[in-house]
Write a protein that binds this ligand. Sequence first.
Ligand SMILES: Cc1cc2nc3c(=O)[nH]c(=O)nc-3n(C[C@H](O)[C@H](O)[C@H](O)COP(=O)(O)OP(=O)(O)OC[C@H]3O[C@@H](n4cnc5c(N)ncnc54)[C@H](O)[C@@H]3O)c2cc1C
Length: 456
Amino acid sequence: MKYDVAVVGAGFSAIAVTINLMRQLPASARIAVVGDDPGFGRGTAYRSEFHLHRLNVPAARMSIDPEAPDDFLTWLHDHDRAIGGHDFAPRSDFGLYLRDRLAALLRERDSRAKVDFIKAKAVGCLDIGPETTLIRLDNGDGLAVKATVLCLGVGAAPLPLPGDAIAPSTRAAIVENPWRLSWLSKVGRHDRVCMLGSGLTMVDQVLALRATGHRGQIHVLSRRGLLPHAHEVHHAAAVPPDLPHGDRRLSALLAHLRRKVREGAPWRAVMDGLRPHTQRLWQELDEAQKARFLRHGLAWWTVHRHRLAPDVGESLKELVAQQKICVHAGYLNRIEATDPGVTLSYRKRATSTIERLTVDWVVNCTGMERAGIRHSPLLQAMAGRGQLQGDPLGLGIVVNGQSQLIARNGETHRHIYVVGALTAGRFWEITAVPDIRVQAHAVARDICGALEMAPA
Ligand SMILES: Cc1cc2nc3c(=O)[nH]c(=O)nc-3n(C[C@H](O)[C@H](O)[C@H](O)COP(=O)(O)OP(=O)(O)OC[C@H]3O[C@@H](n4cnc5c(N)ncnc54)[C@H](O)[C@@H]3O)c2cc1C
């Protein structure tokens, strides 16, 4: 089968690229969307039906189209949702919005590029000519395409322990991938649960557990024991960072931001003001400074930057105040079987004291995998053939400024693009909708130019 473009993936990145291609390519173009997930476009993030699983970005910033920033708000109002621009809509609504926007374009079939949705996993991506790539699918089919966009997301992070530190008999009590929400129905009402990791994934899982009637003790264990902050109910306008000229050291940047807060600017507004500059600032750091940031600053960055909806933050605060959630800071050493339950040993942070915690369930809430290659047979196969190189800091795979894939020998694959969190090494801030939509738009524009197809 021959196509002009193959979009590989089934999450937000894939739907954003597809919509942009449909808008930009002429009606004669043919697009294949290869996804292994029946809920196309929703991915892990937007398939949850729990009402308290909210977006962590205000509705006014969640339009799929960077050129029509109010589009999501318009959809919400058209669907009688009483949600304002600074509010945090349920994630399921965002999934419905994406589906509707795609469906509207598909209805304009005579004037738009044709799209075939193929439910399969891509397992290979081979150049078979200067202008043609063969996408191999796990059902045995192959697609010959002129341009490919890999929108594969990143998988769930593995347990933060080597396999030999986990007693095999404890495996049944360990939830390795909590995004498969089926684990919730197995937990007894008063079972003791330990969440490994204290970020947004943990909050999601705690709220889901409580919503299903769980009332037992929840422990949260992470290296620093830091909980995410919440957005303010009363939104303060972003404070532009007016960064000092010349000095691009990380320490100088942090000192500047701290000074702004000391001078009275709300810290959330300072963080928000930084956002449009983050990609550029990241690219100006050298490798050593990036590594330093990841080692020492990442945990702090994450809790300040990726914030909870205000009412979700309140629910979390209440659960902590009522000691329904007990937060521990330390380094996990072992998981052993005990009777009853399983026992986790951890070294308390900044001490040599070993603490023990006995629970019925251990849930891996360490979030998304950073390197992003381990979870993907496709990427592993491509790495094996030297078609890609892993980012030196473990942040996905190497791409150029146009999101085109760079091979191990340094050559650019001009017709293979990568969109989403796998490009974090290049762009850093590229895991959320406001950034991915801009990348998706630019990639579609580039493809349109490269295929020399007059725009629609
Ligand atoms: C729980 C959660 C909540 C979030 N909330 C927000 C939020 O409120 N606001 C925000 O801006 N961002 C949020 N994010 C960030 C989120 O990651 C992005 O918004 C976006 O959903 C990422 O989409 P993606 O398509 O890049 O990745 P994914 O959603 O991971 O999708 C990748 C898809 O590709 C498919 N795939 C992978 N390999 C192949 C293959 N070889 N062949 C075929 N298909 C393949 C996978 O099955 C998957 O469906 C959240 C993330 C999570 C996990």
